[in-house]
Design a protein around this ligand. Structure first.
Ligand code: 13P
Ligand code: SF4
Length: 336
């Protein structure tokens, strides 16, 4: 950390006390004294620079509840970016999310606190791969998960997120297609195919976080925790989704817990999501089985503060590429 020394002053303590009351199960008092000055300074600087922080559900609770202005799943963050009034967006998530924001708001400064916050799915496919798929299956529409680069989106007909993938595939069916190509997540594609009205051809990408869950994990959890409600992200293997009580995007799982208030729940997804849900639902016991996303965890409070101070690193995309990549995202937003 460069610049002014951050201190846990009375002002910082007072300003962050309501937040600490919510997060005290997650952070000891001593730990909070090191975190709170960052939250205070980031919020001050954010107001001064007319910046907005978009924070994905996988951010740690200090970021998610402490400095996030818009919080949610990939779809919500994309939707909100499209109507953003601020001068600057600080994307607390991974690189493809920052690219989506830049594509939807090309005139704004879009900053990601760590350029190396990537995604195994985004790395699993290139624009050339999509061109080859289109040559192999002429006329078959390509539905591309938002977890991809701008170049891959630009070659695709329409994007999807985990919350609207089935809806989009079925909408293409109603437009007269009997088959779609889904890239790049084979598990999301197979989970969609299990319920879709038309045939789904899929690419071989996986999320390194969700592929680690197994159906045996679900059975072991049920054996150990009796009435536990199991929720699985659709990036999990199909056998995990089939064993689970509910499957949905990060926002859909969050809404399920909020609306159903089960006594005990477990999320087959990234760890911070359980922490964030536990903080907002004190009556629900969240069982701690989870997997850490090494990319999401590159985003930290000190890096967010540095990004705000230096106004970088900034996400740049060639304007011609923005034009091509915007279309499939806008088609998705229109359909969801
Ligand atoms: P959501 O769209 O459900 O937030 O998922 C994004 C993601 O990267 C899950 O691994
Ligand atoms: Fe990518 Fe998986 Fe991390 Fe989501 S959890 S950002 S899909 S690697």
């Amino acid at each position: 950390m460069t610049g002014v020394q951050l201190k846990y002053t009375q002002d910082v303590a007072a300003a962050t006390a309501p937040l600490y009351a919510m997060l005290e199960k997650q952070y000891s008092a001593a730990h909070w004294e090191t975190i709170a000055p960052y939250i205070f300074e980031i919020n001050r600087l954010k107001a001064e620079k007319n910046a907005v922080i978009l924070a994905h559900n996988y951010m740690t609770p200090d970021i998610f509840y402490g400095v996030g202005d818009i919080i949610g799943d990939s779809l919500k963050l994309a939707r909100e970016a499209a109507s953003m009034k601020a001068d600057m967006i600080i994307q607390c998530g991974v690189h493809f999310m920052a690219e989506t924001s830049k594509i939807l708001c090309p005139e704004k400064k879009v900053i990601i606190p760590d350029m190396l916050a990537g995604c195994s799915l985004a790395e699993s496919i290139t624009a050339e791969d999509v061109r080859k798929l289109k040559a192999q299956y002429p006329g078959v529409p390509v539905v591309t998960y938002v977890n991809t680069s701008a170049e891959v989106k630009a070659e695709s007909d329409i994007c999807c997120t985990s919350s609207n993938a089935l809806k989009i595939v079925n909408a293409l069916g109603r437009q007269g297609h009997d088959t779609v190509i889904m890239t790049p997540d084979k598990f999301l594609a197979r989970n969609v195919a299990a319920e879709a009205e038309i045939k789904v051809i899929y690419w071989d990408g996986v999320c390194v976080v969700h592929e680690r869950f197994s159906a045996q994990d679900v059975r072991d959890l049920r054996a150990q925790h009796g009435d536990v409600v199991v929720l699985a992200h659709p990036e999990c293997p199909p056998e995990v989704v089939q064993e689970a009580d509910y499957s949905g995007s990060t926002a859909q799982m969050d809404a399920y817990i909020r609306d159903h208030q089960p006594r005990k729940a477990v999320l087959m997804t990234e760890c911070s999501m359980s922490d964030n849900i536990a903080a907002a639902n004190p009556g629900v016991e969240m069982i701690g089985t989870c997997q850490m996303c090494p990319y999401m965890k590159r985003i930290t409070l000190p890096k967010i503060l540095e990004a705000l101070r230096t106004e970088g690193p900034e996400v740049h995309i060639d304007p011609a590429l923005i034009e091509r990549a915007r279309l499939p995202i806008e088609r998705m937003l229109a359909l969801s």
